[in-house]
Design a binder for this molecule. Sequence first.
Ligand code: SF4
Length: 443
Amino acid sequence: MALSGIQIYKMLPQTNCKECGFPTCLAFAMKLAAKQVELSLCPTVSEEAKAQLSEAAAPPVRPITLKSNGYEVLSGNEVVMFRHEKKFFSPTGLFLRVYDNQPVEPVRQAVQAVADYTVDYVGIDLSWDGIAVQANGGDFAAAVTAVRDVTHLPLILIAPPGTLKTALPNLDDGKLMLAFADADNWQAMAELAKTHQAALAVQAGTLDEMVALTEKIKAAGVDDIVITPAQRGLHGTLLANSTARRMALKQTFRSLGYPILNVAGDAITPQMETILAAQAIGKYGGFVILDHFAPETAYPLLVLRQNIYTDPQKPIQVQPGLYEINNPGPDDPVLVTTNFSITYFSVANEVESAGLPAWLLVTESEGMSVLTAWAAGKFDAERIAKDVKRFEVGNKVNRKRLVLPGHTAVLSGEVEEELPGWEIKVGPREAVDVPKFMKQVLV
Ligand code: SF4
């Protein structure tokens, strides 16, 4: 049963020492009750209180990490229904599924393609997370070995208990997931999960059946449970995922407080598979299994995931500094922008792909885009001048030309006053127009 803020407060030291980052113990207790902070932030809480509060402090969605030879994919540990309330913590793990009755060579190629795939998105490397191997009348152990020969990404093994037994002894390289425990086989699957310290995916047609199963499996000694709604359509999946997450977070209902696995690969077309995967990424899917991998669908899913799992209160930033594009020399211009990643990469990519040499001064603007930073007083003449001096831009160029973003033309006079000896130009409003501006105006 969840404790109220007042109940938790009574168990805290009540010294208001502020070491947890909150002004009072009561404020901290309220945040703890809302599952927005960890109890470990209070260094002076007693062991007795810790034990009593452990239930209240335990994450409402159990964190589960699949591991394999240095690769990891964490799911669960979420505390909010909507990312704007705080943030989502554990990006959805994307798994490609292969079958044990497929010819070995195409399986190897597909697995290799996933293992090799890394794409740069605003300075962040994005990739898929693992491989699922499903029994389908072939040689399951051989299929698992073939996958392992190619990659050590984390695995989800989908097979009846008897078949899993043939493959598991060959795998000792981390924590994997076994699937699916259901009403008929849960005892044997739970035994296997315990023996091999694996996570166990439980599948049921209704949430009532799911609750009955997770409770029995937990009582049998398996803690790392993953819930898999048997629904495979858009509506059924959305309803099951949302209800399970809501029950876990709002009612602290431990029997559904586990990461969710969705099997988008069971969709009737590859297009629907991608849509289902996108829905799962947006709506509480902790792991998603797909049957197809192609860069044209892999990339948008990864970007969607990145956007949803980015802290909405902390924009993705790049390090402020003076960046070189296409080996600039002392006569090349200095472009100025903010340290919001997307702004930086928009400008840098346009200039770089046009083959034009330039210096790009990225100012400290707390990760805001140009207009937002200007409106918030984080991108003004004083800050620009300060960063010109801090990064010794004047020592890099003979011809002192500084190009401001077009949206901040109003700053040009003030920047001129702050930086005597510099020629201040006002560039275009959009990054896409920067190369044309450089060719026509900066001659
Ligand atoms: S650190 Fe602990 S004792 Fe200090 S204010 Fe926070 S909750 Fe209270």
